[in-house]
Design a protein around this ligand. Structure first.
Ligand code: PAF
Length: 278
């Protein structure tokens, strides 16, 4: 496994076998089973696998958790070595964003609702860094988790709009035994908050059960999620959404598919989760 922060070296390794297929797993590190499930899928489907570890400053607002975002490079590299990853790209901030950096990627409509309302600059940071990583590594396929549902919609839109020659593979959310979606931010939770955080999964399950029993009113489905979250004293709801899975617009009436999604605060920690009904 080669670990480097150098773009020229990455390109040399990437193109050493010009006919080889590369799977890319972009991450911000502090790896968990969710990330490793992406790595394993990438390894199954490609001759070579690259992982990037970069806590991207441009996707954090000044009020957010950039400085406290959990990091453990040594442990991450040991996990990736055990998976027999070929290449790990660990660039410094100044490599990705040199002092004269001045170009950004803004994806339109699908960036605006949900996470975009609470985090208006977030997806510009995500789209810009992922565009750069795609250009640096030029993967055949790129692997993202369904846990960040809106991120997958935004990045698919970017790939279509800017004609990136990358196949986007979206992999299922990996959950703890009690349903909590795996996330590096779970590390911030106190033991009491960690217990309370199962309310996201409970709320999503309540909405999808109501849907299975015939409920089609978007308003009532959102209400079911918000009243479930309200039963948990340590939880503070940011949003509960029942939206079109492609446009992310809120649905009044669910006719075909629906994306149930939630953002909930536990103290300062903000967790997101979702379920898609096809
Ligand atoms: O999902 C993440 O961890 C990040 O948003 C990503 C895609 C690695 C970009 O920084």
């Amino acid at each position: 496994m080669i670990v480097t922060g150098d773009i020229v070296e990455v390109r040399q390794i990437r193109w050493a076998d010009p006919t080889g297929h590369w799977g890319l797993v972009p991450t911000m590190g502090y790896l968990h089973e969710g990330h490793l499930s992406l790595v394993r899928r990438a390894k199954e489907e490609n001759g070579y696998t690259a992982v990037t570890i970069f806590v991207n400053p441009t996707q954090f607002a000044p009020t957010e958790d950039l400085s406290s975002y959990p990091r453990n490079l040594e442990r991450d590299l040991a996990l990736l070595a055990a998976e027999e990853v070929d290449l790990v790209f660990t660039p410094a901030d100044a490599i990705m964003y040199p002092p004269d950096f001045q170009t950004t990627v803004t994806v339109g409509q699908v960036s605006k609702p949900l996470e975009g309302t609470s985090r208006p600059t977030h997806f510009q940071g995500v789209a810009t860094v992922v565009a750069k990583l795609f250009n640096i590594i030029q993967p055949t396929r790129a692997y993202f988790g369904q846990k960040d549902a809106q991120q997958t919609v935004v990045l698919r839109q970017m790939v279509r709009d800017l004609n990136f020659n990358v196949e986007m593979i979206i992999c299922p959310t990996v959950r703890e035994a009690d349903g909590l979606a795996m996330s590096s931010r779970n590390a911030y939770l106190t033991p009491e908050q960690r217990q309370a955080a199962t309310v996201l999964y409970r709320a999503l399950t309540a909405a999808s059960n109501a849907y299975a029993q015939g409920e089609r009113s978007g308003g009532r489905l959102r209400q079911i999620m918000s009243t479930t979250v309200a039963t948990e004293p340590l939880a503070r709801l940011d949003y509960a959404s029942a939206a079109d899975p492609l446009t992310l617009q809120e649905l009044e009436q669910v006719e075909s598919g629906v994306l149930f999604s939630l953002a909930v605060f536990f103290g300062k920690t903000r967790l997101i989760d979702n379920m898609v009904i096809a």
